[in-house]
Design a protein around this ligand. Structure first.
Ligand code: M6R
Length: 609
């Protein structure tokens, strides 16, 4: 997904911007570029492909600019190419911009600019119109020109602009796309995401929707929509920059898989005190408010949606309240029944997924209370929610979500326990039993991680399969979806997840000796039924990897391979069952030589519809 970095200081803008862009690589991109004001002109350099392509073309440029802007692009309008890469300039490159988001009325603006001003466009992008708009309004004051240009634009944007005549300031503006300003010493930064700044600054200002910010070497001034100065609180970023490095692992994904015991522990520690009480620090929802809810919606995308599937099950079981789970991109378009008695739970690792954000806004407008489960502190979802339940997974860099999922599950359990207890529908004995099960999870995850070699061996054996099916019942069914997504997104193998009981209604037609079935059989109450399903598919020649709890050794008689998770209550199995599936997917992708941390066509943070 697109990334923005801007720097204004005394010198070395080029190096600082390129460094910042590299730290945003994990978001996914297809081209990169930089614009620097040099000797009364703006020099724009951009290239399709990786940042090192850009580095090669600027290596010989003897530029030492005091400021500049840079961008990594993920194509939406117009193919990945040099001309479509950002920054974009006006006709004579005296103005340059970088843009994240989409300008919805760009065609209209394009036609108007061509007709009225004879503008000739260089690229196919929606973004280029911004540079030309600013240019026609520019009369020596970049801030006023940007403000006027914004009035003509519809859509979502974070824009940074520079002018050749003002080589000492950057003007940036945002609407529905993140922007953060970093406070340096004798220099300042602007970026779409905090990791771009972490090497240089720890103190930041979050720029809110419809705000404009002017950065000079010594100042950061934020203006609201009406043009009034805004006093913004400084936010101190406590993340360790090293947390974003691979620390000796081959890929971020496997590093993050190994970080799950820590993330789970941390997420529990932040919310549960020694007596086992769940503390709701920073959550304003009252007991009365909670009792007034007659319905819960959980809305999310991808892996976060899969966490929601488990969330539905545990909230319904423990808190006895009906829960609907929706993929965010569908929620808005089905006119969901939401009112002030609805609790809307948004789950998002990045907190920037546009579909989730849009669904949240829709629910908020209808009066729902918004509780979000988010990993990135200060993200848009977090800031637009009434209450936030943070996952303490730490920065997740690999596109394939792993530690975010397991910590999201922990939040689901804690929310369910709290609601059940507050509503008086969960016996203390049951509360204590589930909480003890949760507290035992980090150690059990550690135990599963010791089976990495066995899973790598299975990956070697089955990595050539063309079709893989994941089946399960009850809570295992939701985890099947996640296992299947993990495998397909990083290994590019076609995989499909289905409730095991549904097999006989059609999908069993695909079972033959070429098929591999991953059968999750961790639910004690459904174990016998899963055994029957495994027998059904092996009878048709499919190979089966069976997953069961320790001690269910008879699975070895019916499945080709057996993988075990430690003994635990049925309710908490998803946190354990998913771990072997993540590791299996990782090693299959590795066997197939895939780009594991940055799979093709995918981005870490999906900020377009
Ligand atoms: O940042 P979010 O949790 O909102 O992202 C949602 C999905 O885009 C994300 O989970 C995606 O499906 C991952 N690639 C899954 O590994």
């Amino acid at each position: 997904m697109c990334g923005i970095v801007g720097f204004v200081g005394e010198s070395h803008a080029k190096e600082r911007i390129v460094d910042g862009l590299k730290r945003l690589e994990y978001r996914g991109y297809d081209s990169a570029g930089i614009a620097l004001p040099i000797g009364g002109k703006i020099q724009i350099r951009k290239h399709v492909g990786e940042i090192r392509n850009l580095e090669q073309i600027i290596a010989d440029d003897n530029f030492d600019a005091p400021m500049g802007i840079g961008h990594t692009r993920w194509a939406t309008h117009g193919a990945p190419s040099d001309v479509n890469a950002h920054p974009h300039g006006n006709q004579d490159d005296s103005i340059a911009i970088v843009h994240n988001g989409i300008i919805e009325n760009y065609q209209e603006i394009r036609e108007w600019l061509a007709r009225e001003y004879g503008v000739q466009f260089k690229s196919e992008t929606d973004s280029e119109v911004i540079a030309h708009l600013i240019s026609i309004y520019y009369d020596g004051d970049l801030l006023s020109a940007v403000n006027k240009a914004v009035e003509d634009m519809r859509g979502a944007y974070a824009v940074c602009a520079i002018a050749a005549d003002e080589p000492d300031r950057i003007v940036a503006v945002r609407k529905d796309a993140p922007l953060v300003a970093g406070i340096g010493r004798g220099c300042n930064f602007i970026a779409s995401d905090i990791p771009a700044l972490l090497k240089y600054v720890r103190e930041v200002y979050f720029i809110e929707n419809n705000e404009t910010v002017v950065l000079t070497r010594d100042d950061i001034t934020i203006y609201n929509e009406k043009g009034n100065r805004v006093n913004r609180e400084v936010f101190h970023v406590s993340w360790d920059a090293d947390a974003a490095e691979k620390e000796g692992y081959d890929h971020f994904m496997i590093k993050e898989i190994h970080e799950q015991p820590k993330g789970i522990r941390e997420t529990l520690l932040r919310r549960v005190d020694e007596e086992g009480r769940i503390n709701l620090d920073g959550i304003a929802m009252t007991r009365e408010g909670l009792e007034s809810f007659n319905k819960v919606y959980i809305v999310a995308c991808g892996t976060a949606y899969h966490a929601g599937l488990v969330g539905k099950s545990v909230i319904e079981r423990l808190a006895k309240i009906p829960v609907e789970v929706d993929v965010a991109s569908e929620f808005r378009y089905r006119d969901p029944f939401v009112d002030e008695n609805t609790l809307f739970i948004a789950i998002s690792q990045s907190g920037e997924t546009l579909d989730t954000l849009a669904a949240l806004r829709e629910a908020k407008a209808k009066g729902a209370r918004i509780l979000s489960v988010v990993n990135v502190v200060g993200s848009s979802v977090a800031r637009e929610s009434d209450d936030v339940f943070y996952t303490w997974a730490g920065p997740e860099i690999a596109v394939a979500s792993t530690k975010a999922y397991t910590t999201q599950l922990i939040c689901m359990y804690l929310i369910a326990l709290y609601m059940g207890q507050t509503k008086g529908v969960l016996l203390q004995k049951e509360y204590d039993r589930i909480l003890n099960e949760l507290r035992a999870l980090p150690e059990k995850v550690e135990k599963i991680l010791t089976q990495e070699e066995q899973l790598a061996f299975l990956a070697k054996k089955y990595h050539h399969k063309e079709h893989v099916f994941f089946i399960g019942r009850g809570l295992d069914c939701g985890v099947s979806y996640e296992g299947s997504l993990k495998l397909k997104e990083i290994s590019y193998i076609h995989s499909f997840a289905i409730a095991a009981g549904e097999l006989k209604h059609g999908t069993i037609a695909l079972m033959d000796p070429d098929a591999l079935v991953v059968a999750l059989a961790t639910q004690d109450s459904l174990y016998e039924k899963m055994v029957s399903n495994i027998v059904e598919v092996t009878a048709r020649g499919a190979r089966v990897i069976g997953l069961a709890k320790d001690g269910r050794n008879e699975i070895e008689q019916i499945a080709d391979e057996a993988v075990y998770i430690p003994e635990c209550a049925d309710e908490v199995t998803p946190v354990l069952t998913v771990i072997p599936l993540q590791i299996f997917a990782y090693y299959v992708a590795k066997e197939r030589g895939c780009n594991i941390d940055k799979p093709k066509n995918l981005a870490k943070s999906v900020t377009v519809e």
